[in-house]
Write a protein of this length. Structure first.
Length: 387
């Protein structure tokens, strides 16, 4: 094929050739103008128009820099998109095979990953494998639960907030929760501290039991509330051996007794835990939950068949806190339904009144994949003498 002479630099045709060359259309120009290789075209462009290849970006695997020689740039351009033999490179750049190999070594010393196959004598730049990404067919959200969470209702206290508790259950019905968990201290009990007698309007076990049976809210459609007893509930057991939680649940079939202080059980395939520990609030709200879970997991890990609950709910501290995915467990500390009592005020403690709604998703193997905890704080709606 006859090589066409490049048009003058100042002519419209010459400017068009330069523009196309700078735009990376070198392969097309080689074919149109009749050059034997891109290297020959580069040489002609340099002689006719004064363009230096080192000043132009190489379109391909590597971006050129001014630290490369013209020969190095020519080799990179030749092997940028496909493997080329040493002999073919030698022919196209008009240099000996030995010089081509030395050039490849020089490029490798400058951190360009040019590979020479010693058997086939093919030179190439390894291309990154292309991968088509698409969503997996794995069902991350196989099972979904919406759960109402309450604690420390302290019924029988002059500072109880039973009206707000009924508001919470009305919200649970509106949200169509699957069930409710109560983390303890259903009643205010008796003789828990000096001065408590003056803070309660119901003093006996039977009085508080009958009041809860009558006044504790119901969920619509027969859905249940699972509850444990706390220290206040156990005060009657400590005094006379009376299990007030069991007595309440025997008269209210929608309320389910799960014992005192701590329980782990499954509801509709979801393993949950309820705890009502002792002690005060740590400086960091999540600290007590962290230490309890660490101890619990240390014990569980010694028993091959043991499973940890997916959701661990804590009462007692009267504060909201969510500790997500800690050692595989989502832990939630709940607010309460009792406003500040004289005892709490004396100790500089301000409870948070309210409740929470949990939305839990599990995969087909019952692994936790999604958790949403919404706290509803009701301190601004506290009622005076709500009894």
């Amino acid at each position: 094929m006859t090589v066409r002479k490049l048009p003058p630099k100042d002519s419209p045709e010459g400017q068009k050739v330069i523009e196309r060359y700078l735009a990376g259309e070198r392969a097309t120009l080689v074919a149109e103008l009749g050059y034997s290789s891109r290297g020959a075209l580069n040489t002609a462009m340099s002689r006719t128009y004064g363009l230096r290849v080192s000043e132009q970006p190489w379109v391909g695997k590597v971006t050129t820099s001014t630290g490369l020689t013209e020969l190095e740039l020519q080799v990179l351009e030749l092997v940028g998109t496909e493997a080329v033999s040493v002999g073919e490179i030698s022919r196209r750049v008009d240099r000996s095979a030995e010089t081509v190999i030395k050039t490849i070594d020089a490029l490798r010393s400058k951190s360009y990953e040019v590979v020479l196959d010693e058997i086939s004598r093919q030179v190439s730049i390894p291309q990154e494998p292309t991968k088509e990404f698409k969503p997996t067919e794995f069902k991350y959200f196989r099972k979904f639960y919406r759960i109402g969470l309450v604690s420390d209702t302290q019924m029988g206290s002059k500072y109880q907030q039973v009206t707000l508790l009924h508001d919470a259950y009305a919200d649970f019905d509106k949200r169509q929760v699957d069930f409710v968990l109560h983390a303890g201290d259903v009643t205010d009990g008796r003789d828990m501290y000096r001065g408590q007698l003056e803070e309660t309007f119901l003093h006996g076990a039977d009085e508080q039991k009958d009041y809860v049976v009558k006044s504790f809210p119901h969920l619509a459609r027969g859905r249940r509330t699972y509850m444990i007893g706390g220290q206040h509930d156990r005060s009657f057991y400590r005094d006379k051996g009376y299990n007030i939680i069991r007595a309440i649940c025997q008269e209210r079939k929608d309320l389910v007794d799960r014992g005192f202080y701590k329980a782990e059980f499954s509801v509709k395939g979801l393993k949950v835990g309820l705890q009502h520990p002792g002690g005060g609030v740590a400086y960091a709200r999540s600290y007590r939950m962290q230490k309890i879970i660490e101890g619990m997991m240390g014990f569980i890990n010694t028993i091959p068949a043991a499973n940890a609950p997916v959701l661990q709910i804590f009462g007692h501290w009267h504060i909201p806190c969510h500790l997500p995915a800690y050692m595989g467990i989502d832990a939630v500390s709940l607010p309460c339904f009792q406003s500040q009592t004289p005892y709490l005020e004396q100790h500089g403690l301000m409870p948070m009144v309210g409740y929470a709604v949990a939305e839990i998703s599990l995969d087909k193997d019952d692994n936790l994949t999604s958790t949403k905890i919404e706290f509803i704080v009701l301190n601004a709606q506290i009622k005076e003498k709500d009894y």
